[in-house]
Write a new protein. Structure first.
Length: 115
């Protein structure tokens, strides 16, 4: 399984950004795709997740109402729409695929929110 994340960048506080994570190299049908983030000097934390089969979504309290996770089944891609960004959202964002008790991570994409 390969995961390719993209879409990070520099944005002003209050702005928006959309991250993408394209998955390849698998034929799984029952899995969860998630986004995590890690700020400098801090532990990696959960942001959002989507159950691929039925599109149930889950969010960290810190991003509820501001971030939205979605997926494109045909493109095998998961998206993270981030609105009303705050400086504390600054972090490297990672996507993760969880299936059959295995976790697969993509490389991170850096999001920097300036105040």
């Amino acid at each position: 399984v390969q995961l390719q994340a993209s879409g990070g960048g520099l944005v002003q506080a209050g702005g928006s950004l959309t991250l993408s994570c394209a998955a390849s190299g698998h034929t799984l049908s029952d899995y969860i795709m998630g986004w995590f983030r890690q700020a400098p000097g801090k532990a990696r934390e959960f942001v959002a997740a989507i159950v691929w089969r039925d599109t149930r979504t889950y969010y960290a309290d810190s991003v509820k109402g501001r971030f939205a996770i979605s997926r494109d089944n045909a493109q095998n891609t998961v998206y993270l729409q981030m609105n009303s960004l705050m400086p504390e959202d600054t972090a490297t964002y990672f996507c993760r695929l969880t299936a059959q008790y295995n976790d697969y991570w993509g490389q991170g994409t850096l999001v920097t929110v300036s105040s």
